[in-house]
Design a binder for this molecule. Structure first.
Ligand code: MN
Length: 351
């Protein structure tokens, strides 16, 4: 396991030297943030990020993410140009030592919550999703926590209407088309693609989602067999789907060599429908058995990158929701402990 930490580049309020001091930290997960989706990343931007990481004593082997342009997901004629750009970006990051690219294929919204500052029993706050609040949102006049600045209302309306004709099967075909174009480049330069789970793992506002379950992953891996076609096992995202057995998925896809990256976080189900709240990482705080998930990964040969996913805001930190320093650092320490124990047990079992 290689422990990593998400870093939002030079505008991140968390300095690299702090990240370096978290125990067992091997490197950051980052991206070029100042280029529009679909465009080419300059060699200079990537080399600058790499130099900053080098100077801080941190690796830069994972990119999260190279975003996929909506035209690729929609299967528009212009997709080939954006796919070509995507391949160029894969080559550029590979040149600077990147081994894994996390991406997602969710139409329009790559995550959704109804509250960015849900107050927990201990006074911390975290992101949450309430089915009741979600059902009150008017899709014709969308205001979503965390998204209001990302799309102009007209742009959003036209995107949503463009997807009204896109079925799950069409979206899947567009994903396969994309992967068939990028995986040969990945095979050539040694980059593993790791698709992020849908977050949450169900359709929203009539937009299709196709990376929500074990059946979805099976279908995707069967269509594009290269093991550079893998998954970012985001426990909180898959885990929000109550029919997903995340322990089983961790074991199965680690054994197949498809788990290139793991986002480890816990969630707590807060009703008997879809609602959940993000909680501290340890199992006792939520509905997922984090120790069993880590053990399933380790026992099935997982050797990929891990990062503590979303943390709470604690100790009066006013961090970017989900991405403060303190609780993610606590999460990293906890995850280190789970891996150390699971790895030692696995080794002892072999002797
Ligand atoms: Mn995640």
């Amino acid at each position: 396991m290689k422990m990593t930490f998400r870093w939002y580049g030079e505008t991140d309020t968390i300095p690299l030297k702090y990240i370096r001091q978290i125990p067992n930290m091997s490197g950051v997960v980052t991206a070029v943030y100042d280029v529009p989706v679909g465009e080419v990343w300059s060699d200079a931007s990537v080399s600058r990020l790499k130099r900053l990481c080098d100077e801080a004593g941190l690796g830069m082997e994972v990119i999260e993410s190279i975003p996929v342009h909506e035209d690729i997901k929609l299967g528009r004629g212009s997709r080939d140009v954006y796919i070509e750009n995507y391949c160029k970006n894969i080559r550029t990051v590979a040149k600077y030592g990147v081994k894994c690219v996390c991406y997602n294929f969710m139409p329009v919204f790559d995550w959704l919550r109804t509250d960015m500052h849900h107050v927990n029993f201990d006074g911390s706050d975290s992101l949450s999703y309430s089915r009741e609040d979600f059902d009150k949102i008017d899709p014709q006049n969308l205001h979503l926590p965390g998204w209001d600045e990302s799309y102009a209302p007209d742009e959003l309306r036209s995107l949503l209407s463009a997807y009204s004709d896109v079925s799950h099967d069409m979206l899947f075909d567009n994903l396969v088309y994309f992967l068939k174009a990028v995986t040969p480049v990945c095979d050539e330069v040694g980059v593993k693609m790791a698709i992020h789970a849908d977050d949450p793992p169900w359709d929203v506002f009539g937009l299709p989602r196709i990376v929500s379950s074990e059946a979805d992953l099976d279908r995707m891996f069967a269509a594009v067999p290269s093991t550079n076609n893998g998954v970012t096992l985001c426990t909180g995202s898959f885990g929000a789907g109550r029919t997903n057995d995340v322990v089983r998925m961790a074991a199965k896809y680690a054994a197949q060599g498809r788990v290139h990256f793991a986002h480890l976080r816990n969630i707590k189900y807060t009703d008997d429908k879809d609602s959940f709240c993000e909680v501290g990482h340890c199992s006792a705080y939520g509905s997922l058995d984090m120790a069993a998930i880590v053990r399933a990964l380790v026992e099935n040969g997982f050797d990929g990158y891990v990062r503590p996913d979303h943390g709470r805001n604690i100790w009066d930190e006013n961090g970017k929701p989900g991405y403060g320093l303190y609780d993610r650092a606590l999460g990293a320490a906890y995850i280190n402990g789970l891996f150390e124990y699971a790895e030692k047990c696995a080794k002892a079992d072999k002797h």
